[in-house]
Write a protein that binds this ligand. Structure first.
Ligand code: GTP
Ligand code: MG
Length: 352
């Protein structure tokens, strides 16, 4: 099977936590990421927190033979990837021989970051972009200017990771015997899609399942299973980042939960915008992604007594949680199989 984890809203749905749990519960032959370092995936492993901007989260639960792949559609910052490999190396075996970057992946270079200027640049002011240079790197690729190196295969050899044809590798795994599962980790969320999102407040790729798979180079098929991750309260990055259904304040969330809550972005540390559950956005994400099942995170914002809960039956005993889940299942016409409850361990309750 090929599991594809996709965000249902504007990112920060907690895909990192769900991917990490899935990697713990199943043995995958390969973990794949596309997209760029403008997304940070938080997860917990080895008694600490991690915020992964390049390396697939699954590395932390990967066997010594499983591959960690940055696919052909990825936008790769070698510096950030090298730093993450160095950080992770003491915790897992044989890492340098298992990280494989596609030779055709886009090479993110310092000049791209300078063009966009991070959160001090025009793009941040105009559309709330994180300005990491991912869009500038993709534009370079589209310009097809042969005088500029653009692809990862055009770099000199690197001692920290391998560079190769990941489409062939993944195809070999896909055709292999049963048990050769692949986990594809999406970045950002359906509502940020270049094609399907509220332009111009969008990212520079289609971040829905079909777009992600096209970037990885895995064709559609009956063995592809989409997992849609949705938050009970969607967020957007800080600033002028686009339309939001029934926007709230963190004060309002704090009053509702009886706890002081304020979220900051993983990469830029700015205060996030937050809003009420948006049924229209979620329905559209279901149409675009045809999920097999839903992971619903931030249930601790709906019922604070559930914080850290891992027992699904107990989650369902909460009237508010059960009602919320029923509503989500009705829209999706698919089951909620995992519920995120936060707490110090970033807990998840699984229905089986
Ligand atoms: P992006 O591609 O950047 O959107 O990644 P992501 O979906 O992996 O999300 P990210 O890690 O950026 O943000 C999610 C944050 O929410 C992290 O800090 C998680 O620790 C936290 N989180 C995840 N699930 C839950 C949950 O159920 N409850 C609470 N309270 N926090 C959660
Ligand atoms: Mg993030």
């Amino acid at each position: 099977m090929i599991d594809v984890v996709v965000g249902a809203q504007y990112g920060s749905e907690g895909k990192g936590v769900i991917v990490s749990e899935m990697a713990r519960r199943n043995e995958y032959a390969a973990f794949v990421r596309v997209g760029g370092p403008n997304a940070g995936h938080s997860h917990r492993a080895f008694n600490r927190k991690w915020a992964q901007r390049m390396l697939p989260v699954g590395w932390a639960h990967s066997g010594p033979a499983s591959l960690l792949i940055l696919g052909r559609g990825a936008v790769v910052s070698p510096d950030i990837l090298q730093k993450e490999i160095t950080d992770a190396e003491g915790y897992t075996e044989n890492l340098r021989n298992r990280v494989i970057v596609d030779e055709g992946a886009t090479w993110l270079q310092p000049r791209h970051e300078s063009i966009e200027g991070k959160i001090y640049g025009d793009l941040h002011r105009m559309i709330g972009s994180t300005g990491e240079g991912v869009g500038a790197a993709r534009r370079d690729r589209m310009a097809r200017n042969i005088s500029q190196s653009t692809l990862m295969g055009q770099r000199r050899e690197d001692s920290m990771f391998l560079v190769g044809d990941t489409v062939e590798m993944l195809d070999d795994i896909r055709r292999g015997n049963s048990g050769s599962d692949i986990l594809v980790e999406g970045t950002q969320g359906s509502g940020l899609s270049l094609v399907h999102g509220p332009w111009p407040f969008v990212t520079t790729a289609d971040v829905n399942a079909a777009g992600i798979m096209a970037d990885v180079g895995i064709a559609p098929g009956a063995d592809v299973r989409v997992v849609l991750v949705a938050r009970t309260y969607p967020i957007r990055v800080a600033g002028n980042s686009g339309p939001m259904f029934r926007e709230l304040t963190w004060d309002e969330i704090s009053t509702r939960t009886g706890k002081v809550i304020q979220e900051h972005t993983t990469v830029t540390k700015l205060v996030r915008r937050v809003g009420e559950w948006d049924p229209g956005l979620f329905r559209r994400a279901c149409i675009l992604n045809n999920p097999a099942w839903i992971a619903l995170t931030f249930m601790d914002y709906v019922d604070p007594d559930l914080e850290g809960e891992t027992d699904f039956a107990r989650v369902m005993r909460s009237h508010e949680a059960a009602k919320f889940i029923a509503n989500v299942e009705e829209i999706a016409e698919r089951p909620v199989l995992a519920v995120g409850t936060g707490g110090p361990e970033w807990s998840v309750a699984w229905s089986s």
